[in-house]
Design a protein. Structure first.
Length: 156
């Protein structure tokens, strides 16, 4: 049915983004008033489909970045980039927890908070998925290969 591993990852992210978008739109009355009057840049969260689209766009961008890095660099460099993204995700999760417990966002309801945490869960799923997923490496061109290497491999 779902033979392509990338289809599975994207489908997982679509589901996570959909649920996250719905939960983010379930903000409290105080939150709706704040988003409508003071923090208008977050108005997209009042509508589930806009929250869904935003979260999905970020998750797909993360997938694209990791896929490109894994395809064009060595495993060591890819692992470093992926580790940096995991650390950024952990910092984002810690800041989200702080924000939801220590600032005025604590008055948003638990469904809204769950939507924020779900975003970070999707982030970590993508990063961990790429540690195990195989990506076809960029083909090695003869022009960039030293002459000694070509002669050595042709003698084998």
């Amino acid at each position: 049915m779902l033979k392509n591993k990338w289809t599975v990852l994207v489908l997982i992210q679509v589901i996570i983004s959909l649920v996250s978008g719905i939960l983010l739109s379930k903000m409290s009355l105080i939150g709706r008033i704040g988003v409508s009057t003071v923090y208008t840049e977050y108005g997209f969260m009042k509508h589930w489909y806009k929250g869904f689209a935003t979260v999905l766009a970020i998750q797909l961008l993360l997938i694209a970045i990791l896929w490109i890095v894994k395809r064009i660099t060595s495993y060591k460099n890819f692992s470093l980039v992926n580790l940096i993204l995991i650390i950024l995700g952990l910092l984002g999760l810690i800041y989200t927890f702080y924000d939801f417990t220590q600032t005025s966002h604590k008055y948003m309801n638990s469904q809204f908070h769950a939507g924020g945490y779900l975003f970070w869960a999707g982030w970590f799923i993508t990063c961990l998925y790429f540690f195990f997923a195989r990506v076809k490496p960029k083909p090695i061109t003869i022009e960039n290969t030293p002459k000694e290497t070509i002669e050595t491999t042709s003698n084998l």
